[in-house]
Design a protein around this ligand. Structure first.
Ligand SMILES: Nc1ncnc2c1ncn2[C@@H]1O[C@H](COP(=O)(O)OP(=O)(O)O)[C@@H](O)[C@H]1O
Ligand SMILES: [Mg+2]
Length: 322
């Protein structure tokens, strides 16, 4: 890489600029996206998080040129996804949320046909590398319809990458897939990211996002409600969590600040004194506690806090220094 002062200013890998999307539905207009603006820099591993219906797939469909934004603009390495569709699309490898494939072709044929769409020929060595990296080498000759759901998912990833796109977009790639595939997939995608590919990932698995993504945007009802480095998001929340199991019903004051999932309760505490206060309250209420742990809040805690609109944290939208 040359010295910084000699380099021309770099385009963002992806730029979303005031993107809005309104769907006309029988029940009236639905604003799926409102004023979504952020840039993803070349080489970033970026997470797009949000509950079901937040607008993640809609935003990716607009990026992929499968849907039109109602307002705003999206570029990929400077290419407008509408006016300069072919160049933008060629820079993107998109792994869709839904499994779509042609059952009559073999895995290798599927990948060759996809290469043809992008005008790429003679890339069998790269196809073999994809098959290897995704644990598909022994399935190259198998027909798509013979593959399990997990194997189809791997082919979908390979298909997205046949033309060696600099930007890789994965829409919930691990929804409902087994641990082995997740590990294969993340090993491979992390390698591509180290080699310089930009990655945009949407996932429900917040521990994956926490482990992989350098920056994260959170969408809620079509709006960006958080945008920051993962480490800043984690640092910005009340830092300590008490976790325990109990069969007893918590007193209302504690229940109000707890997150309860079955027998497991989690209570946030700002500092050591707050931890002691919670413990004293549990003792006073005669709550029988098992497997008590005190730990750091994780991305799931941050996510829930932001989605519930709790006002206890500092503002979470930070404009990054690239
Ligand atoms: N083609 C469509 N027509 C009408 N509404 C849609 C369409 N696609 C998505 N939506 C709505 O837009 C919102 C965002 O959906 P989506 O982008 O799929 O969310 P996510 O991927 O975050 O779960 C939802 O309320 C969904 O019902
Ligand atoms: Mg979706």
């Amino acid at each position: 890489m040359g010295p910084a002062y000699n380099r021309p200013p770099m385009n963002p890998a992806i730029s979303f600029q005031q993107v809005g999307k309104t769907f006309q539905t029988p029940r009236g207009a639905l604003n799926a996206l409102s004023d979504v603006s952020f840039d993803i820099h070349p080489g970033e591993f970026f997470g797009l998080l949000g509950p079901n219906g937040a607008g993640k797939t809609t935003l990716i469909s607009i990026l992929a040129g499968l849907a039109r934004a109602t307002s705003g603009r999206v570029t990929v390495h400077g290419h407008d996804v509408v006016e300069d569709y072919a160049a933008a699309r060629k820079s993107l490898g998109i792994v869709p949320q839904e499994l779509v494939f042609d059952p009559f072709f073999s895995v290798r044929e599927t990948l060759r046909i996809q290469s043809g769409y992008f005008g790429v020929r003679g890339n069998d060595a790269w196809i073999d590398e994809l098959l290897d990296g995704l644990g598909l080498a022994d399935k190259a000759g198998a027909n798509m319809r013979q593959l399990s759901g997990g194997m189809k998912r791997r082919v979908l990833v390979a298909q997205a990458l046949v033309h060696r796109p600099p930007v890789i977009v994965l829409d919930e790639p691990t929804a409902g897939v087994d641990v082995e595939l997740r590990q294969t997939l993340w090993g491979f995608i992390a390698r591509l990211n180290r080699e310089g590919h930009t990655v945009l990932l949407t996932t429900h698995y917040l521990e994956e996002a926490e482990a992989l993504c350098g920056r994260i945007a959170m969408l809620k009802q079509g709006r960006v409600v958080a945008l920051d480095r993962t480490s800043n998001l984690l640092a910005g929340t009340a830092s300590t969590m008490l976790r325990f199991k109990t069969d007893d019903v918590l007193p209302p004051d504690l229940a109000a600040q707890a997150r309860v999932t079955g027998r497991i309760a989690q209570v946030k505490a700002a500092d050591a004194a707050a931890v002691e206060a919670v413990l004293a309250r549990l003792r006073a209420a005669g709550i029988k506690v098992e497997d008590l742990e005190i730990g750091r809040a994780d991305l799931e805690d941050v996510f829930l806090e932001i989605m519930q609109g709790a006002g206890s944290t500092r503002p979470t939208i930070a404009e990054e220094a690239a």
